[in-house]
Ligand binder design. Structure first.
Ligand SMILES: [Mn+2]
Length: 294
């Protein structure tokens, strides 16, 4: 099968103009390309409901899945799957069927796929219209050449306090509340005050430094290959910045935040925060249907 990027998405429920009445070559997809990563489907943390909403309302000529899309192919105790996880897969395959060029670049949580990609086959392997490759070079409409890789190959620079890599505000606030109780108990037992806040601030400072090292390492890799920039994921921290003349872009994740990188038809790149844009609340309960009795 050839990858045509001229065909617009058709026949996908919920996509404006996608009536399913036949090809609509006049209907241009919304974006030239879309990059998402770290969706961690198969885990409870995945905001699969928001992701399904994003995939339902977004059309693009090229869709890059930049690793850690499906988590836990290896047998894991905590496998989690609901109807939104199903829907996400259905929507991705639907986009591929409708003419979107879908490229899957495995990460460390879906590294099983890496064994399927033969480095001798630069075109990779194609399954259900999804092209599987270990990494890719995307050329923007503006002619910028971007290395697309998950990023875990540079783990050695972020080994520090991964669990704390950018603690969310809410977690920080919650931790401080716990700390108040903790110190009330310590005081009663005659122990001196211990500042969780100061400790956390030190940890966060180290995590920020680790993220900086990661960004510098990936940008350096792009420069080494004479490319204009890099698009990656892995550290769950959306970012777009220039590092010594090279563009570093991290498309974020769909666990802690709900972010994607989009390329407009003129080659302009933009990070979008889907939860903020759609005013979706992380605190609201997920709309999950009642399972049908078997
Ligand atoms: Mn990863």
């Amino acid at each position: 099968m050839t990858h045509s990027s001229t065909t617009a998405a058709i026949g996908i429920p919920g996509i404006p103009g996608a009536s399913g009445l036949g090809p609509r070559p006049d209907l241009r997809p919304q974006y030239r390309s879309v990059f998402i990563s770290d969706t961690h489907l198969g885990t409870r943390g995945c905001r699969s409901d928001f992701l399904a909403d994003f995939l339902r309302r977004t059309t693009c000529a090229q869709l890059y899945l930049v690793g850690d899309i499906i988590d836990g192919w290896r047998l894991r105790r905590s496998w989690y799957w609901d109807e939104h996880h199903d829907e996400v897969l259905r929507l991705i395959l639907g986009h591929a069927r409708a003419g979107t060029e879908v490229t899957y670049i495995p990460g460390n949580h879906d590294e099983l796929f890496r064994a399927w990609v033969d480095p001798a086959m630069p075109d990779g392997l194609e399954i259900a219209g999804v092209r599987l490759v270990s990494e890719a070079v995307h050329v923007t409409a503006a002619g910028k050449r971007l290395l697309v890789m998950h990023g875990d190959a540079f783990d050695s620079v972020v080994r520090y306090a991964k669990f704390l890599a950018l603690l969310g505000d809410w977690a920080y606030t919650a931790a401080l509340v716990v700390n108040r109780w903790f110190n009330a108990v310590r005081r009663r037992l005659g122990y001196p005050y211990w500042s969780l806040s100061a400790w956390l601030k030190r940890q966060v400072k180290e995590a920020v430094k680790a993220i900086d090292r990661f960004e510098i390492a990936l940008a350096a890799e792009a420069r080494r290959r004479n490319l204009d920039g890099v698009v990656c994921g892995h550290i769950h921290h959306a970012e777009m910045r220039e590092v010594a003349g090279v563009l570093y872009i991290n498309d974020g994740d769909w666990v802690e935040s709900c972010t994607a990188l989009v390329e407009h038809h003129d080659g302009r790149l933009e990070l979008i925060d889907w939860a903020a844009r759609q005013r979706l609340s992380f605190a609201a309960p997920r709309r999950i249907g009642v399972p049908q009795p078997a």
